[in-house]
Design a protein around this ligand. Sequence first.
Ligand SMILES: O=C1C[C@@](O)(C(=O)O)C[C@@H](O)[C@@H]1O
Length: 521
Amino acid sequence: MGSVGLLKNSAMVCAPLMAPSVEQLVHGMLQAKAQGADLVEIRLDGINNFQPQKDLQVLLNNNPLPVLIVYRPIWEGNEFEEDDDHIHKQLEVLRWAKELGADYIELDLKIASDFTKKEKPRWSSGCKVIASCFVDNVTSKEDLSQVVAHMQSTGADILKIVTNANDITELEKMFHLLSHCQVPLIAYSLGERGLISQLLGPKFGSVLVYGSLDCNAVPGLPTLGSLRQAYGVDFMDTDTKVFGLISKPVGHSKGPILHNPTFRHVGYNGIYVPMFVDDLKEFFRVYSSPDFAGFSVGIPYKEAVVSFCDEVDPLAKSIGAVNTIIRRPCDGKLIGYNTDCEASITAIEDALKVNGRTNGAAFLPSPLAGKLFVVVGAGGAGRALAFGAKSRRAEIVIFDIDFDRAKALAAAVSGEALPFEKLASFQPEKGAILANATPIGMHPNKDRIPVSEASLKDYVVVFDAVYTPRKTTLLKDAEAAGAITVSGVEMFLRQAIGQFHLFTRTKAPEEFMRDIVMAKF
Ligand SMILES: O=C1C[C@@](O)(C(=O)O)C[C@@H](O)[C@@H]1O
């Protein structure tokens, strides 16, 4: 277990700012400082009626943080690089920025060489030059190394490579580059699939990572607050173990705000990041190093991922769905588990016990025994619920939009499958339990419920696996109809507790995790 508590890397957290007025940029700088940025990147070309010397003076006299100046205007629809006059104007602005006290200036690779060779020998200021380059299509690690070699020849102090990530697996080339590069380097990918290049940049040695102002979410960029508070980027080092949630979509997950603070709480050197995965096979092929120590698995992959595990725990195997994968340290094999099953079933059982609705049958092994248990959705979560209900000897009815899928699950748990069209008019016997295991009602389609409102009065417990929002419309309606309700948040917490134990091989601090969930979900 690594120690956390001291700063472990030198990566700076940078807030990119672009605004139509200097006043807005100054305000942005103050916000960035308050939100924990180490420096700000100011894009001058967003300023309306830009007056270089005057505006730079205001900006660089009012900077609460070190400043990186970028000026990349497009004149009359043409990229400036194509025109000597425009290049001259651009360089003049950057020269002023340096003279007025900018800490860093950024130049495109195409003009960086000339500039550094002419200008740098005469500099007395500490201003550093960043040579930057956008690589549209990263074909191989060798290609990237060649770009770096070319950039190095410019004489710039820091190199910056930006790519477009079409797939999360492309980022591994960036991580490889970062960890092998001998010169100060910033490397990341744009877009939703590029997010982990910012989150893991400090582990692999990036000079800086970008975080947006908290009020200004940008796809692919974490917020400053999340970088510092949730992900704890300051505490990352080369030994930090990476755990990722494999899912598509993935942005809804609250896993990072639960697992990361818990790692730090127990002094475990790990980070938990959302991983937007399109292709499981390619994903597991590329992220095969011990750095990537384990995974949560979310929608839609809980069943598909089973075939990528080298071994599967017997419970997960019988369910046919895995939500947790550990890379076994001794041989690198991927071992699959299912923590959803016990999480959801014990959450429902405990709700019945707390509410004293066990029919006085304290001798029965579970308050679910003999009850009708209606599962809507026969995907990964539905399978976990149905197998859990079976282990508690409940009578199971399954609905799924895919009737064959419902039938297959019903057969596996000795239950009954009914056609999805019947769900709207389905009236259970009194005292039944309802479990929604579909995404119906999940943010942003919050108003929908999977069953008819009229049927809700006959359920003693209604459980919803959806946890965003915490109180779904289904749970609100069920509560109004008099049912005990169990939120997906409770299941989420319990499956995460199980996962934490598997990830770290230590007992999860359950109260600490519960407090986070209560405060932040
Ligand atoms: O179902 C869920 C939720 C989850 O996918 C998430 O969104 O964080 C994480 C999984 O481990 C878990 O089984």
